[in-house]
Structure formats: C-alpha cells, structure tokens
Design a protein. Structure first.
Length: 260
C-alpha cells in the first residue's frame, strides 16, 4: 500500500530540522510520496531544495493569502522562475482567507488572480486555499476560466465546506482534498461533504504541521506518517477496504499532479 501526502509543509520550522526523520517515519507508515507546499518566497525556495533532495518528494509553490499584502511584481517573477523546476508539480497554495484577513481582501483577490495566470502559462494545476470565502473564490475561478480558458487542474485543499459546496466544486471538474479534520468529532459537515466526493476526485493531505487526525489529535505536531489514520477513516466512510481506497486516491493524486 502506498499513499501520497498531497499537501504538507515540510519546510516549516516544526518539521524542517528533522526532515530526514519525517520522511523515514512516513515511509514506515505507508505514506511514500509528498508534495511540500510553499507559502512565501523563502518557503518556496526551501520547498524546491527539499524536493530535489528526496526522490519521491515534489513541490508546489505559491503565496498564501495571508501574505498577499506583500506580493510585488518581483515576488511573482521569482515565483514563476522557481516554478519551472522539474520537481514543481503545482502552483499554490493560493486563494482567499476571509477568516483571519491578515491581508486585505483586495490584495488577496489580486494575488490569487495573478497566480492563476502563472499556472495557466506554465500549465500547472492549482492548489486553492479557501476559508470563509467560497462564493468569492468560485467567482474568481469562474471568471478566469471564462476569460482565459481551462487550467490544467484545480484542487480545493483542506476542504471544510458543505456537501452542497462540494458538489459545486465537483461540477466544475475540480478535485477535493481532505485533512485529518474529517476525523474530528465536531466535523460532521466535512464528513457529509466527503461522502459525495468520488474516490477518483478525492485526495488526502496532512496540511502538517497542523491538525493531527484522531486518534493522534493530542500530538501537537502533525506529520505525514499520521495520514494513515485519515486514510483509514475515509476508507471506512466510503465502505472500502483500506488497500483499495489507498490505491484509488493515490491514482487520483498521480493523475492530478502528473506524477510517475
């Protein structure tokens, strides 16, 4: 059995100093591939370095909506240049976060649209961060697709929306990724959403170092090895044997990111 953690932040300080140990524990648990995701210029550079160091590690590069206020033309130029590395498989994470509003919403929308442009130009799929901004996120994506044409792919990561919102995402041909949040006792809405996502459009992630899944929720630092608990939970939710579920979601992940 093999699984891919499609969204982890191995460059964050909680994990970066022990990345070799993180990878070893992950492989022992059956999570044998990783997409480490950048969120700002420095994290993007480190993500590429890590991806080039480990055979089954890849990078996604973007500017998180929290940092949209700091995006300049120079920022976007460097992002575009870095994203041309052979180990970069996606643009993002990018999107909108209206929960914290660490950057004002105009800046968030501008940075999101600019990164969609880069993804289109480089023919890379996009990892979308969407928190308390579903309608606005969909509006930007729909407008971009209408004016610019199709993107290679779109995944809503760390999905926390409703089943109705999941259906809207799926109807656009997009993918949906779930974290360990789906295992939380208070996450019934997320579980209902997971039920409507077919396994060929579903991916798994940790979003580590945050949000360890049950029964490891008390472990403050999440890491890819713990994703096996999320996989086991969702396999049960889908009434599938774990190896069959793992095979299906791994195939979907490889297809989306163009992995060998």
């Amino acid at each position: 059995m093999q699984l891919i953690d499609t969204h982890c932040h191995l460059t964050f300080e909680q994990l970066a100093d022990d990345v070799e140990g993180v990878v070893a524990r992950s492989e022992a648990a059956g999570v044998t591939g990783w997409i480490t995701v950048g969120t700002d210029p420095q994290q993007n550079r480190t993500a590429v370095e890590f991806a080039e160091r480990f055979e089954n590690m890849y990078a996604a590069l973007g500017i998180h909506p929290h940092d949209a206020k700091d995006v300049t033309g120079e920022t976007l130029t460097e992002l575009k240049e870095l994203a041309q590395s052979e180990k970069v498989v996606a643009l993002g994470e990018t999107g909108l976060d209206f929960h914290y509003d660490f950057s004002n919403r105009t800046d968030q929308k501008r940075a999101f649209a600019a990164q969609l442009e880069i993804a289109k130009e480089l023919n890379l799929p996009v990892i979308v961060h969407c928190r308390e901004a579903f309608d606005e996120t969909m509006d930007i994506l729909q407008q971009f697709l209408r004016l610019k044409g199709q993107l290679k792919g779109v995944v809503f990561h760390c999905f926390g929306g409703s089943a109705e919102q999941a259906r809207i995402v799926l109807n656009h041909g997009f993918y949906i990724s779930f974290t360990g949040v789906v295992t939380f006792k208070n996450a019934e809405t997320t579980r209902q959403a997971a039920k409507v996502v077919p396994v060929d459009r579903l991916m798994l992630e940790t979003d580590c170092p945050y949000m360890s899944p049950e029964p490891m929720r008390k472990q403050k630092i999440n890491e890819p090895a713990l994703m096996i608990h999320t996989a086991r939970f969702l396999a049960g939710l889908k009434e599938m044997e774990l190896p069959d579920f793992a095979e299906a979601v791994t195939a979907a992940s490889k297809d989306f990111f163009g992995l060998p």
